[in-house]
Each structure stands twice: as structure tokens, then as C-alpha cells.
Write a protein that binds this ligand. Structure first.
Ligand code: NAD
Length: 245
């Protein structure tokens, strides 16, 4: 018996990286997995899961498109009668030092990483309230706690997540809904593949674990917070960073 048997889980940014590893793990644990992503390759990810005999589907939607998210959430509710878990995992970077960062770079990151989390949660949470059950997990980052050179936009959104889940814990706890965050450290995905190898090496040297994390390291943290066992964990930000901060 899987830990997410009979649960319906929406994973944003599930086409690749951490979200894809999460889709795989959650499906193995018995969940029906709904991947929301802008990338068409989300269909391939869902297809691979179905080929393994798991229940998975893909909805091509941007987390910045609030009306489309309302429609997508309604479609999941109509198809399965419930939405138990929302993993707000989609995120982007547009790194540049403050002196050079454009307003567009600021706005793009705020729109996906912050507005996107608000829009997705707004679209889904009424169905959780109706069922008096929900697990909302949002992806913060170590740099939301420490700050980072070149990441004014990104670190601001990731710090904001920590405040949002604390607030939602207070507002939604009475409906048996929890809201928590995971703050990953340096995880090997296409996002970090953009970082020059030399910078990555220096970064890894600062990690007590002396290696980058894997997408699965984060997927397992999401799994814990999404499970029934985590009922009494609410408003928390779980660092998964090899001990770096
Ligand atoms: N990789 C790391 O080191 C690291 C560290 C800390 C936090 N994080 C966070 O973890 C999450 C996953 O990151 P990742 O490393 O897997 O990155 P990734 O770039 O490999 O995957 C991100 C996914 O989000 C999707 N996405 C982006 N914008 C979207 C939008 N507007 N609508 C829908 N989907 C969208 C992408 O298409 C992609 O599939 C992000 O929130 C990221 O900020 C990553």
C-alpha cells in the first residue's frame, strides 16, 4: 500500500527536474498525478508514468494564467471528485546583479514564482475546503533564507513563500489543510545546468555534503509533507540542502 493511495496530486512544473522526479515518486506511492506545466514535454512525462501502469495526466497551463488555472482545477475536480495535494513547484530564474537587473527580469520571476503560487493555490483551495482535506507544499529555496548574489528577484519570491505558508497554516488549519514549504539547496537540474561549471564547483565546496542534491532528495521531502503522517506539521519550511545553511 503506497503512502498516497487514493490521493489526487497536482504538481506544477512537473515536466522535468524536481517536479518530474516528484511525479514519478508520487505515482509509485499510489497517487493520481496531474502535471501542470507550460512545456509540451509534460505530456511525455505523464505518458511514461501511464506506461508504467500509473495514473497520470498532463495539463498544459502557465501558473501565471489565473483564469486558465481555474478551468484546469475545475476539470481535475470534475474528473476525480477531489484534489488532495498541490505541489507549487514551478519556478524560474532570471539572474543579474541589482545594478543590471531589468524591470522585466524582476516582473517575470515575481509572476511565475510568487503570483503563480498564489494563483494555483487560489484555484485549488476551494475544493480542499469542500473536502476538509488538503496538503499544500510550496517550493522555496535556500536563497530565500540566505539571499544570493545576482538573485534579488528570485530570493525575494522564495522568501515570500515562507511567509505565505505560515499565513495559510493559520487560515486553513481548521479545514484540515496544511501548508508547508521545502527550501532546496543546490540540486542538479536543468535550472542549475545554466550556472557556469566553475561557479558550481565553488558552490559545492561550501556544502557539508560535498555534492549537489538530486531531484529525488526534494521529491522525498515533498512526499513526507504530503503524507497523512505530516498532519501536525503546518506552516513549516523544511530545508533540504546538504547542511549548507
Ligand atoms: N535546482 C535547484 O538547485 C533549486 C534550488 C532551490 C529551489 N529550486 C526550485 O525548485 C523548483 C523546481 O526547479 P527545477 O530545478 O526542477 O527547475 P527546472 O527548470 O528543471 O523545472 C522547472 C519546471 O517549471 C516549469 N515552469 C516554469 N515556468 C512555468 C510556468 N509559468 N507555468 C508552468 N510551469 C512552468 C518549467 O517548464 C519546468 O518544467 C523551482 O521552484 C525552483 O525555483 C530549485
Amino acid at each position: 500500500m503506497g503512502r498516497l493511495e487514493n490521493k489526487v496530486a497536482i504538481i506544477t512544473g512537473g515536466a522535468r527536474g524536481i517536479g518530474k522526479a516528484t511525479a514519478q515518486l508520487f505515482a509509485q506511492e499510489g497517487a493520481t498525478v496531474i502535471i501542470w506545466d507550460m512545456l509540451e514535454s509534460g505530456e511525455q512525462t505523464a505518458h511514461e508514468l501511464r506506461q508504467q501502469g500509473y495514473k497520470a495526466e498532463f495539463g498544459q497551463v502557465s501558473v501565471t494564467d489565473a483564469p486558465a488555472l481555474e478551468v484546469a482545477a475545475r476539470a481535475v475536480q470534475d474528473a476525480y471528485g477531489r484534489i488532495d495535494i498541490l505541489i507549487n513547484n514551478a519556478g524560474i530564474t532570471r539572474d543579474r546583479s541589482l545594478l543590471k537587473m531589468s524591470h522585466t527580469e524582476w516582473e517575470q520571476v515575481v509572476d511565475v514564482n510568487l503570483n503563480g503560487v498564489f494563483y494555483c493555490t487560489k484555484a485549488v483551495v476551494p475544493y480542499m475546503v469542500e473536502k476538509q482535506y488538503g496538503r499544500i507544499i510550496c517550493t522555496s529555496s535556500v536563497v530565500g533564507i540566505t539571499g544570493n548574489f545576482g538573485q534579488t528577484n528570485y530570493s525575494a519570491t522564495k522568501a515570500a513563500i515562507i511567509g505565505m505558508v505560515k499565513t495559510w497554516a493559520r487560515e486553513l488549519g481548521k479545514y484540515n489543510i496544511t501548508a508547508n514549504a521545502v527550501a532546496p539547496g543546490f540540486i542538479r537540474t536543468e535550472m542549475t545546468d545554466q550556472i557556469p561549471e566553475e561557479v558550481l564547483k565553488q558552490t559545492v565546496a561550501t556544502v557539508p555534503a560535498k555534492r549537489m542534491g538530486s531531484p529525488e532528495d526534494i521529491a522525498h521531502a515533498y512526499l513526507y509533507l504530503a503524507s497523512d503522517e505530516a498532519f501536525y506539521v503546518n506552516g513549516h519550511t523544511l530545508s533540504v540542502n546538504g547542511g549548507v545553511a
